[in-house]
Each structure stands twice: as structure tokens, then as C-alpha cells.
Write a protein that binds this ligand. Structure first.
Ligand code: ZN
Length: 413
């Protein structure tokens, strides 16, 4: 395959210089208008390639179609990436650096020499000795999450538009805003998109394939204490702050928490506490790959809370109530109903010489939301590393391999 002249690295170097940081405190959509600056560039570039229907809507979603090159009836596949970068780390004035023929030494980022990328911290760097990697300059993130995905999809589009002898069905392209603030699908019109299934390009290491996310609920414990004037409270007051504290203190110490679980284990995580002496509220995140377990976690927590109250005479008149709020669900529940999506992707990996690494994501993705909206959407690798940080970096070879996977994939669908 003549992919030697890939320009995917040049694309990434250009796209990361456009500030597209999203804002979790904004009520507008997209959360920051500047995200549209990159979306406009992408539309212009697609039009220049000959992708005639490329357009951005009022919300900043970019949609485009690469027409089929054969007449056979095959599913319409969509490739999707998000244009925004994480609020965790500055995305203003990103100065990407291409390190060609990387020699394996620690990389001291020039704009802040305390920022040093080492093989000890990132063993995956060893794979790129003698090859090219891209970093930021020390004061910002790089933004390969997810502009690597954007660059890979754009490069695939460019390659297919130049090589119309490659046989494929209709391909849709989707670039979304606000993924990093969990709102990327808020105004997404899947009917307008018109795809049968999709793939996000938002994964990490070479050959990774992700079709499973957490299932997630929010749990709220509302504690009603008994208030009294502190000067006349003896035997009366039941302090909701103390009850809430006792419940948090009663959580297991070495298990059942984010800081003590990995792999396929779920957890509960107190992430917000508010209130006063009369009432208090503890909000928890509950996560598991098995959706039926969410209920088990919730029951365990509620039982623990009630036991804390029952076992302390000072809490005897207090009441605790639990509320469960559904957040998102493991996309595997949807994807398992459409096995061809996974089979074709893994076949494409193998055809370009990769051994697929199928791992669950300990979080949610826009893909999981899209899957439940009716567009089953697993996740393909891009190569991005140390995301959301000043150490963020990416190996050019991984991005090139990802383009190769996409080109192969559209041929075999
Ligand atoms: Zn991402």
C-alpha cells in the first residue's frame, strides 16, 4: 500500500496549534466558540479534497461523506473524533515539536525545563527509538487527544479521495465538539449523519481496540439529622455532618474504591459532600462493567449507611435516603448485538499486521453514548500518550498505522 507519503504528522502539527479547549462551566454549545475555528478549517480542507457535502452546523458538528466507489450494498460506516481538548491543562499557544530519529534520552521540554519526558515514566517510548515522536513545548498539553484522531480521519479521507481505485462503500466523517466535558453528543443528529455504525478514533497504544466502557450511576445519600439550639441540644441534636462523616469513614479501606481497583473491578467513589448540621448530602459515583452489579453496589452502600445510623445512639432519629441516577451504560451491551462491527475491525488490524489488544475502558466515551443513541461505536487506537498533561506525546508511526487500519477496514466492510 502506497502509504509512504502520509502527511498525518503534518496534519497533527497544524491542528494542535488551534486552541480548542472546552469549558465545563459554560452553558453554551459548543462550550467554547473557539472550537469552531478548527471545525471550519476541517470543512475547508475536506472541500478542497473534493468531499463536496462537508459542512459544519450551528453547534459545531462537522459532517461529510466520502462517496462509494462500488455499487454493492454495504453498511455506511462513520469515523468520528472530537476537536476539543481537555480543560485540565492549557491548550492556548500549543507549540508542537517533532522529534525525528528519537535517541531514547530524556526529553526536556524547552519552554519549561522542569517538564521532562522519560522512558522510566513512559516505557512505551522505547518503541520509538530511531523513529519520530511529537510533544508539546512544556507550557501546554499537546492535544493529540483527540487531534490525532482528527488527523488520522482527515488523512484517510485525503488518501481515499486521491486513490479512487480503492473499493469501498459510502463513508461518513463526524467531528464533534465538547467530548472532554461530557457533552459531545448533546446536539448530535444521527438521522442527518445517516450511518449504520461507527468507530471513534480516540484510543491510545498501537493495536488497542475498545468496545467496552464502564456502566455508571450516580448515587445520592440524603441525610436528615435533628437540629436544635446548640445551647439546649443535649440528648436532642443529631448532627447530619457527623453522620455523613461516619458513613464516609465506614467505607472499606482497601477495596471498592477507585484508588484500590483496576482491570475489571468496579467501585463506589464519594465525589461531593455538602450540607450542615441539619441535613447533609453525599454524592457517589458507582462504576462497573457489569450493569447488573450497579444495583449490588448501591444496595451495599445503602446497607452500610443504615448500619452506621443504627449502630450509633446519637444518630437514632436520623434518616438516610438513597437516590440513584443513571449516567451511562457499557456500550458492549449494544455492540454485542452487531458482532460484524468488531469482526471487521479486528480483521483489518490483522490484515495490516497487528495483533489486536482488546481492553475495557475504565470510563465512558462519546462512543458509549452514541452506541445507546443507535450508532454502535467502538474505539480504535491513535497512539496518543500521557493525555491531558504537559507530557503528552505521540509516535508518528502509530498514527500512520491507524490510517492504514482505516483504509483496510473500509475495503473489507
Ligand atoms: Zn479523547
Amino acid at each position: 500500500m502506497g502509504l509512504q507519503s502520509l502527511e498525518v504528522a503534518d496534519r497533527l502539527l497544524r491542528y494542535v496549534q488551534v486552541d480548542t479547549q472546552s469549558d465545563p462551566y459554560s452553558d453554551s454549545f459548543p462550550s467554547t466558540a473557539k472550537q469552531k475555528n478548527l471545525s471550519k478549517i476541517l470543512v475547508d480542507e475536506l472541500l478542497a479534497m473534493g468531499v463536496q457535502d462537508a459542512q459544519m452546523d450551528q453547534y459545531g458538528y462537522v459532517m461529510a461523506s466520502i462517496p462509494a466507489t462500488h455499487q454493492r450494498k454495504v453498511p455506511v460506516v462513520c469515523f468520528c473524533a472530537h476537536v476539543d481538548t481537555a480543560p485540565d491543562c492549557s491548550g492556548t499557544n500549543v507549540k508542537p515539536i517533532l522529534h525525528e530519529n528519537y535517541n531514547g534520552a530524556p526529553i526536556i521540554l524547552p519552554d519549561d525545563p522542569t517538564q521532562i519526558i522519560t522512558k522510566a515514566a513512559y516505557p512505551y517510548l522505547k518503541n520509538f527509538i530511531g523513529k519520530s515522536i511529537i510533544t508539546a513545548s512544556g507550557k501546554t498539553l499537546l492535544g493529540s487527544d483527540d487531534k490525532a484522531g482528527v488527523a488520522i480521519i482527515m488523512e484517510m479521507a485525503s488518501y481515499l479521495m486521491k486513490n479512487k481505485n480503492i473499493e469501498h462503500g459510502c463513508i461518513k466523517i463526524l467531528f464533534t465538539p465538547d467530548e472532554e466535558v461530557g457533552r459531545g453528543t448533546e446536539h448530535l443528529d444521527l438521522k442527518k449523519l445517516g450511518a449504520d455504525f461507527g468507530y471513534t478514533l480516540d484510543g491510545g497504544e498501537l493495536a488497542c481496540f475498545e468496545m467496552e466502557t464502564f456502566s455508571a450511576d450516580g448515587l445520592i445519600l440524603d441525610i436528615q439529622g435533628v437540629i436544635a439550639h446548640p445551647g439546649a441540644a443535649k440528648g436532642v441534636m443529631q448532627n447530619a455532618i457527623k453522620i455523613a462523616s461516619a458513613i464516609v469513614a465506614a467505607l472499606p479501606k482497601n477495596e471498592w474504591s477507585p484508588e484500590h481497583t483496576q482491570g475489571r473491578s468496579g467501585f463506589v467513589h464519594p465525589n461531593q459532600i455538602t450540607g450542615g448540621a441539619e441535613t447533609a448530602r453525599i454524592e457517589f459515583l458507582v462504576r462497573d462493567f457489569d450493569t447488573t452489579q450497579l444495583k449490588v453496589h448501591a444496595e451495599r452502600l445503602y446497607t452500610l449507611a443504615k448500619e452506621v445510623i443504627a449502630s450509633n445512639p446519637d444518630f437514632s432519629k436520623a434518616i438516610v435516603k438513597m437516590e440513584i441516577k443513571e449516567q451511562y451504560r457499557n456500550m458492549r451491551e449494544v455492540i454485542d448485538q452487531h458482532p460484524v462491527i468488531v469482526e471487521k475491525a479486528l480483521e483489518a488490524y490483522k490484515l495490516v499486521g497487528l495483533t489486536p489488544i482488546v481492553t475495557p475502558i475504565r470510563g465512558g466515551t462519546d462512543g458509549s453514548r452514541m452506541s445507546f443513541m443507535g450508532l454502535p461505536t467502538p474505539n480504535i487506537f491513535t497512539g496518543m500518550q500521557a493525555i491531558h498533561s504537559k507530557h503528552e506525546w505521540i509516535g508518528v508511526a502509530d498514527m500512520e498505522k491507524s490510517v492504514e487500519v482505516l483504509v483496510k477496514l473500509v475495503e473489507i466492510i
